[in-house]
Design a binder for this molecule. Structure first.
Ligand code: GRF
Length: 186
């Protein structure tokens, strides 16, 4: 399976996917990491010798031009699956429609609770005793696509940094389990 990963941040979920490919848990060829700005995920791509495509949002005159460039790149890559791993931009409807059922995202909340930005902080501020991680198909709204997997965990009496420590390994495992499930590698 030919895959593109899209990220904007540190890329720990991207690295989990790379590791699962290396250990043959996933039978993926990661054709490229697509980023919208310089970010930590690029270093991970270097480590795993994966091509990086930087489509720098700020180097385009407007959103339309940026999205056109992104769509062209995705078409050129000709992938079967697109994994969003902390990609901080909303994909336009034409891209989502083009890859219906082929774009997966991971989100740090028990969707439909706390979609969008700062989901962990929102759960923390609301004094929730549990939150979770959700993987889902991407549609053209924010974090509303069909849920694939969800895992909850207790955040009772935890500080925000402690929640992050607990969250990360759950995200990594859930993302790989999701990819195995949807590609029939489980
Ligand atoms: C993760 O929390 C993921 O759920 C969200 O963006 C974050 C990316 O983290 N969509 P990382 O860069 O993979 O560590």
């Amino acid at each position: 399976m030919q895959v593109a990963v899209m990220a904007s941040g540190t890329g720990s979920n991207f690295e989990a996917i790379c590791q699962a490919c290396e250990s043959k848990e996933l039978n993926f060829e990661i054709k490229a990491l697509i980023v919208d700005k310089k970010c930590g995920a690029m270093e991970i791509a270097k480590k795993y010798q994966i091509d990086v495509v930087l489509i720098d949002f700020h180097s385009y005159p407007n959103k339309k031009a940026y999205n056109h460039a992104l769509k062209q790149k995705l078409l050129n890559l000709d992938c079967d699956l697109i994994c969003l791993a902390g990609y901080m931009r909303i994909l336009t409807k034409d891209i989502v429609d083009l890859y219906e059922g082929q774009i997966i995202n991971i989100h740090p909340s028990l969707l439909p609770k706390y979609p969008g930005l700062n989901a962990i902080e929102q759960a923390f501020d609301a004094k929730e005793i549990k939150t979770g991680v959700t993987t889902h198909y991407v549609d053209s709204n924010v974090d509303t696509g069909a849920i694939i997997k969800q895992e909850e965990f207790s955040i009772k009496d935890l500080s925000l940094p402690e929640i992050y420590v607990k969250l990360k390994p759950i995200e990594h495992r859930l993302y790989i389990d999701t990819l195995k499930l949807i590609t029939g590698e489980k």
